[in-house]
Design a protein around this ligand. Structure first.
Ligand code: C2O
Ligand code: CU
Length: 545
């Protein structure tokens, strides 16, 4: 195993990924940042200099379990104090599984300002994937706003609530196109590389491509397609998928997929890569790129009108695709047959005082000022609420299909404490929002673990009947999973990674509005915490000389 060293400077720069000029958080001048390339078993070291001048930062390594290094998970308020402006922080962790992962800011709403990228972990020498391809490419999908994260945060946390609204653009690996007509010319940089050339995937006729697709949207659920080409899904979140073919791939924030695409269409022309927002009645135009058959000119427009894509409000094909994802034969990790604990998590939109919030079982989450990992390890129980959050909701009376009669929720920073080495089931239960006839899609992400996705259902989860239909034979393991409108999703995981781990909706504004929880397991087995994660709140006094 090798050590892979990265030296990053995180800094605001004026960028125009969709032509519109905006202060963007870059790594070494780029957004998306550099791809971390490593081999299974390697150690990754990222030396991060915070040059944001007036902002702190923290970076999460999304999908990396941080076994033995829970303090380098990069989750501000949970596993570390933020990295102060001007400081340098060193992350050091092992990548123990091959596959496609992500990294992104995990502090306030900095992710949507452009601080993100890929982590690609290859197999050990001599070990092959169970599928073959000629070339390996990646494309990160994000949504892009013209307003700043500071303005969004202020709107979301004011009692004169201002919702972030729909993004202005969809970016394909940092490239989009916004229609600048009607906008002051100094606001648009139409000569920037990003603006003047769309995202291009150059393909050689007859060759097969492994295309790694990741989504780190702040809000949007997406449908990705390549005009006229089928895609075979083979990997998700670092796990091999029993192959299945799709014309369009639904992808939610925090997920990664590898698909195989063969350039087997008429080579005399180019094709559209087309990314559409689904699940919301969005005004965001489709993100368009060019699937460029070599040697056609990369900017030669396809002769067709890009397809409008699937209907935004059609849940059935999205649920069907979620259900189609199974572990690949020969790569199945069998889940434990029984669980030790079931937590049902009702997802609702609420009001707390006059603020609009999201809640789990009527509790809306707030981060404490002193990170949990530090306070728990040092037994400082006064720094957060010790009452355990609820294990369920009022199943008999709560009507998930209608607006709640009681909109009020409470805020808390209490956490779920799991018994070490036990099996835990989580059922995410969706419901109607505060708007009439509306239920949203929420992609939930678990830090520090992969979980088995053992069931999806529509309507209200019945803890007596539904577990009989769980898939315990070949469920996929993932780290991020959607809960569909008015539906439920069941997960199972082993609480076997000592540390403190966030589990939250990956929609950045939803997490800020309280849609998350935290799990603690095996805290007594966590080793000595590094000084570098400390310094904020009550953690100062544990700094070692
Ligand atoms: Cu990718 Cu806690 O997030
Ligand atoms: Cu959400």
């Amino acid at each position: 195993a090798r050590t892979r060293h990265y030296k990053w400077e995180v800094k605001y720069e004026l960028k125009s990924p969709d032509c519109y000029k905006k202060p963007t958080i870059t790594i070494n001048g780029r957004s998306p940042g550099p791809t971390i390339e490593a081999q299974q078993g390697d150690t990754v070291v990222v030396e991060l200099k915070n040059s944001l001048v007036t902002e702190n930062v923290a970076i999460h390594w999304h999908g990396i379990r941080q076994i033995g290094t829970p303090w380098f998970d990069g989750t501000e308020g949970v596993t570390q104090c933020p990295i102060i402006a001007g400081d340098t922080f060193i992350y050091r962790f092992d990548v123990d599984r091959p596959g496609t992962y992500l990294y992104h800011a995990h502090y306030g709403m900095q992710r949507e300002s452009g601080l993100y990228g890929f982590i690609r972990v290859s197999l050990p020498n001599g070990v092959l994937e169970p599928y073959s391809y000629d070339y390996d490419r990646s494309i990160l999908l994000t949504d892009w706003y013209h307003k700043s994260a500071a303005e969004h945060t202020a709107g979301l946390t004011s009692d004169s609530f201002v919702w972030v609204g729909e993004p202005q653009s969809i970016l394909l690996h940092g490239r989009g196109r916004f229609n600048c007509s009607g906008i002051a010319s100094e606001q648009c940089n139409q000569t920037s590389t990003e603006c003047s050339s769309p995202h291009t995937l150059i393909v050689v006729p007859g060759k097969t491509y492994r295309l790694r697709i990741g989504s780190l949207t702040s809000l949007a659920a997406l449908s990705f397609e390549i005009e006229g080409h089928n895609m075979t899904v083979v990997e998700t979140d670092g796990h091999n998928v029993e192959p299945f073919v799709v014309q369009n791939l639904f992808i939610y924030s925090g997920e990664t997929y590898s698909v195989l695409v063969t350039a087997n269409q008429d080579p005399s022309r180019n094709y559209w890569t087309n990314v559409k927002v689904v699940s919301r009645n969005s005004s965001t135009p489709n993100g368009l790129g060019i699937f460029n058959y070599y040697p056609n000119h990369p900017r030669k427009q396809p002769p067709t009108i890009p397809s409008t894509g699937p209907a935004w409000d059609d849940v059935a094909p999205r649920l069907a695709q979620s259900r189609a994802i199974k572990a690949r034969q020969g790569y199945i990790h069998t889940p434990p047959p029984l669980t030790d604990r079931l937590i049902v998590m009702l997802n609702t939109q609420n009001k707390v005082n006059n603020f609009v919030r999201w809640s789990v079982n009527n509790v809306s989450f707030n981060l404490p000022h002193t990170p949990y990992l530090i306070s728990l390890k040092h037994n400082m129980l006064h720094v957060f609420d010790q009452t355990p959050p609820p294990n369920g909701y009022d199943f008999k009376t709560y009507d998930i299909f209608n607006q709640s009669e009681n909109k009020n929720a409470t805020t808390s920073n209490s956490i779920y404490r799991l018994n070490f080495n036990t099996t835990v089931d989580i059922v995410l239960q969706n419901a109607n929002t505060m708007n009439f006839n509306n239920s949203e899609t929420h992609p939930w992400h678990l830090h520090g673990h992969d979980f088995w996705v053992i069931g999806y259902g529509t309507g209200k989860f019945d803890m007596f009947k539904d577990p009989a239909n769980y898939n315990l034979v070949d469920p996929i393991m993932k780290n991020t999973v959607p809960v569909h409108p008015y539906g439920w999703t069941a997960l199972r995981f082993r609480a076997d990674n000592p540390g403190v781990w966030a589990f939250h909706c990956h929609i950045e504004s939803h997490f800020l509005m309280g849609m998350g929880v935290v799990f603690e397991e095996g805290i007594e087995q966590v080793g000595e915490l590094p000084n570098s994660i400390m310094g904020c709140g009550d953690s100062k006094r544990f700094l070692k000389p």
